[in-house]
Design a protein around this ligand. Structure first.
Ligand code: PRE
Length: 498
């Protein structure tokens, strides 16, 4: 069984995209993809064709490594032909970009079209909506564009065959320049095509940190049934996958009922400009996994994600496993590592699904220190969702308090006075301003640490109480950002059973 390698930051390299997508713009090409796209849209009508097509081709490249997995009801990365080489994404994007230019420019530059090798025509889209014409949706538009590209290419091949070195076909006595038939021209993009959510019929691509069998993958499936889960080797890469339009969403663990907050992700939320568009709470049921035939007595080491190790600490001791603990990037990655290296003295803490995927035995089941162990994940997107008041909503903010006394109290009371319930408060070091000096001639200089405060509260940004609370909070803060306003996870509580 071979599984796709997770995305790595190396595979998200910008330069290939920049150079190959649109060389004339590359010198002035802004650094973030969203801005780049705005830039292109503003300055080049060609961009209206190039960008969606890039997304289309990039998406297909990613989809090649995705196959349906019936066991968990959403598309996973099982059964892929072979793992992608590390440089694959940027290389593939490069190929796609060439094809993008080919699709748009083929009528103007047959020579350039000829120069490209033709993976697009080989991988012609399987979208059914295209029936000789151009449909209304973005998916239709993208498919049409791809099919047109492949038709242009095959026309050119036929032409080459029939007329040797001459690229001009003779039709009814007239020379034809391989023009795309007029009834098959793509329709211009509309505002709906640019909507952040995929339109009906297209599959949502969801980036998560880890490899197949990770809890984050299960969270992606819970949040978006039938999504394509895209593994990433680091959280940072999952963010970038969304920013670079390789994925539509990222799913990110932020806190666990036993292990507490996942601080790194709070820092990343601030550093990146993505928006929280939802949350899911996933019961986490850990298993102790080892190679077939291995018994507990043989073990010298237990490896897993640091959160998983801390969630099972007491139980491991109760099982007599006072062996070395080692942290790795994710739980399923730990299972994969044990299997791939045939380690008979090492066990992994991971899910039952990871045991199945990597051919390991379950030595102990349900080893989390509390049966109601649950991890909360947030879903991130490039655009915020429109807040509502007809269903329970949560809003997440981050702020730095301003000078003054009792500032935190004043901020929190802005919510209390309006009966807005706070569900979480987390503080992180303020990296740009780590220390505040408070001088007092008589006593000396007090050095206070500066913090950023992350607060979740139970109200929608469409709720006037929340708007007023934030207007008040702004008076006491030097910095305030709304990370997202999103529906609360209201699924019935079911402690982990498997
Ligand atoms: O390693 C995994 O499987 C993850 O999805 C990561 C993670 C985490 O970061 O907390 C998610 C849920 C569990 O609490 C343990 C690990």
């Amino acid at each position: 069984m071979r599984l796709t390698q997770p995305l790595t930051s190396h595979r998200l390299l910008h330069p290939d995209i920049k150079t190959l997508l649109c060389t004339p713009f590359s010198s002035a090409w802004p650094t973030t993809s969203f801005h780049s796209i705005l830039f292109l849209l503003a300055f080049s009508p060609l961009a209206f064709f190039v960008i969606p097509f890039l997304i289309c081709t990039t998406k297909r490249e990613n989809m090649q490594c995705v196959a349906p997995s019936s066991s968990i009801g959403f598309k996973s990365i099982m059964g892929t032909p072979s793992p992608l080489p590390l440089h694959a994404v940027s290389h593939r994007i490069a190929q796609s970009s060439q094809l993008t230019v080919q699709c748009v420019a083929s009528r103007f530059d047959a020579a350039a079209a000829n120069a490209t090798n033709l993976p697009m025509s080989a991988a012609a889209p399987t979208t059914n909506n295209f029936a000789g014409g151009v449909g209304k949706s973005r998916a239709d538009w993208q498919s049409s564009c791809a099919i047109l590209a492949s038709k242009v290419v095959s026309q050119q091949q036929n032409t080459e065959k029939s007329s040797g070195s001459d690229n001009i076909t003779v039709v009814n006595g007239h020379s034809s320049l391989d023009l795309v038939p007029i009834d098959k021209l793509p329709k211009p993009l509309t505002i709906a095509d640019l909507s952040p959510a995929p339109l009906h019929g297209s599959t949502l691509r969801v980036a998560y940190q880890g490899v197949a069998g990770a809890y984050s993958e299960a969270a992606a499936g819970k949040a978006y049934p039938n999504c394509e889960a895209i593994p990433c080797d680091q959280f940072e890469v999952a963010f970038q996958a969304v920013e670079l339009w390789i994925a539509d969403r990222a799913v990110l663990p932020v806190e666990n009922s036993l292990g507490g907050s996942i601080h790194r992700n709070y820092d990343l939320l601030l550093r990146h400009r993505l928006h929280i568009v939802g949350e899911v709470q996933l019961p986490v049921h850990h298993c102790l996994l080892a190679l077939p035939g291995v018994r507990k007595e043989y073990l010298n080491r237990v490896i897993s994600h640091p959160q998983a190790l801390s969630q099972c600490e007491l139980t491991l001791t109760k099982l007599g496993l006072t062996v070395t603990r080692e942290a790795v990037d994710d739980t399923a990655g730990a299972a994969e590592f044990v299997a791939a290296n045939n380690l008979r003295d090492t066990a992994a803490i991971a899910s039952a699904r990871a045991a199945e995927l990597y051919g390991l035995n379950i030595l102990a089941d349900g080893i989390q220190d509390d049966s109601s162990n649950v991890t909360r994940f947030v879903m991130l997107a490039r655009e915020p969702i429109i807040p509502r008041i007809d269903i329970p909503f949560k809003t997440s903010i981050v702020f730095a308090h301003d000078k003054g006394t009792s500032v935190l109290f004043k901020v929190l009371s802005a919510f209390a006075f309006r009966n807005i319930n706070l569900t979480k408060i987390e503080s992180r070091p303020h990296r740009n301003r780590p220390i505040r000096l408070v001088g007092d001639e008589n006593v000396g200089t007090a050095k206070h640490f500066e913090y950023l405060f992350y607060v979740d509260f139970e109200a929608s940004m469409a709720d006037v109480r929340a708007q007023n609370a934030l207007a008040e909070v702004q008076e006491f803060t030097s910095f305030l950002r709304v990370l997202g306003s999103y529906p609360m996870d209201m699924t019935p509580w079911a402690p982990s059973s498997q």
